[in-house]
Design a protein around this ligand. Structure first.
Ligand SMILES: C[S@@+](CC[C@H](N)C(=O)[O-])C[C@H]1O[C@@H](n2cnc3c(N)ncnc32)[C@H](O)[C@@H]1O
Length: 348
């Protein structure tokens, strides 16, 4: 099932469910909310996010929830999908001991189930647990998942992440949630999520300097608890961007480009047919999973293609930022470097 069909179905399910709740005698009407209402709701929600007090209020009404799904699901899905596809799925193909298979998932702050939907595209999952405080989002997500991925079983927990005792699972997903709470809470939720991780823990934050500062503390916690960093860092040393003196405008983040089509373009009201979603992330493994970091380096800026050479800024496995110059004379490296994009691994 493709993304846009899923979101259409999700929104229809959501609207049916909540119109019938709101108007018990009127029955469920298969009708979307008026576009101007959704655009207004999205403008209100974005304004609160810009003022960084979104977590104090959460979603304030049903149009805000639907607007969130239409405006944000495509981008957050694209980011989760990209990270799983590039950083986890390739291991599945060279995994004789079956260590990288993912059978069970825990999606924390699941919202409309975005990260779960991405993971279901890549793994043969038998069981999903989603924890989310906004009940309408959670219930609609579970309904649509049950209809479209019937081989998987689902448990939805509509409660606060601060209260729930997490079950242990193969893959824990924390997609765009830890910036929605005070830092002390984010640290304790993340620590509990690590304890629940038997294999992999993927945490994604918005690609802002403030989120990166939080990520540095979460990364330190994961290292302290003995988890192995798989991506994006090619090492577990001190992050070189955290100590760089001129790093005010430099923070470790990446961008995922995605097309805006249909309802997504309508609600964003932009003139461009695409958007670039900035994000920071950390993928770690339980120490029981055998993972050996090579000498690969992470590309942390768009490579500059010049005549006869490519300049690539990387975070190296030695724990320093380097500018690598890959010359045409080194044919195989040059072919690789010409294809490299910001966020890729420069394989040595
Ligand atoms: C920005 S949304 C991200 C949703 C989804 N993970 C995604 O990537 O699209 C953050 C979600 O976390 C939920 N959330 C935030 N704080 C929470 C808490 N303390 N307990 C449970 N859910 C929480 C919000 O209700 C919201 O649905």
């Amino acid at each position: 099932m493709d993304l846009h069909t899923f979101i259409d179905e999700y929104v229809r399910t959501f609207v049916q469910r909540y119109q019938s709740v709101a108007k018990p005698n009127g029955g469920a009407r298969e009708k979307s909310l008026a576009p101007h209402l959704l655009k207004g709701a999205y403008a209100d929600l974005s304004q609160r996010y810009r003022m960084a007090d979104a977590y104090a209020n959460g979603f304030q009404n049903i149009p805000e929830m639907i607007a969130y799904v239409q405006a944000r699901f495509p981008a957050t899905y694209a980011v989760v999908d990209h990270i799983l596809k590039t950083e986890l799925v390739p291991h599945l193909n060279v995994d004789p001991k079956n260590m990288y298979s993912v059978d069970t998932i825990l999606d924390l702050g699941a919202g409309p189930g975005t990260a779960t939907f991405a993971a279901l595209q890549h793994f043969d999952v038998s069981h999903v647990t989603m924890v989310e405080q906004t009940i309408p989002l959670l219930q609609s997500a579970t309904t649509v998942f049950r209809q479209n991925f019937p081989k998987t079983t689902y448990v939805d927990i509509s409660d606060s992440l601060y209260k729930v005792i997490f079950p242990t699972v193969d893959l824990v997903l924390l997609s765009y949630v830890l910036t929605e709470m005070p830092e002390s809470k984010a640290l304790s939720v993340y620590e509990a999520s690590l304890k629940a991780t038997t294999k992999f823990n993927l945490m994604i934050l918005p690609g802002t300097p403030a989120a990166f500062r939080l990520l540095l503390n979460l990364r330190a916690l994961a290292i302290d608890k003995g988890y192995t960093i798989m991506a994006p860092c090619p090492h577990a040393k001190v992050c070189p961007l955290s100590v760089k003196e001129d790093a005010v405008d430099e923070w470790c983040h990446f961008r995922k480009r995605l097309d805006r089509i249909g309802f997504h373009q309508d609600i964003k009201q932009g003139s461009l047919g695409y958007e670039d979603e900035p994000y920071c992330y950390l993928l770690v493994a339980n120490p029981a999973v055998v993972y050996e970091q090579g000498d690969d380096a992470r590309v942390i800026q768009s490579p500059q293609k010049r005549s006869g050479h490519v300049l690539v800024d990387v975070c190296a496995s030695s724990g320093v930022i380097e500018e690598r110059c890959v010359s045409k004379k080194n044919k195989s490296a040059y072919v690789q470097a010409k294809r490299l994009k910001w966020g890729d691994l420069l394989v040595i």
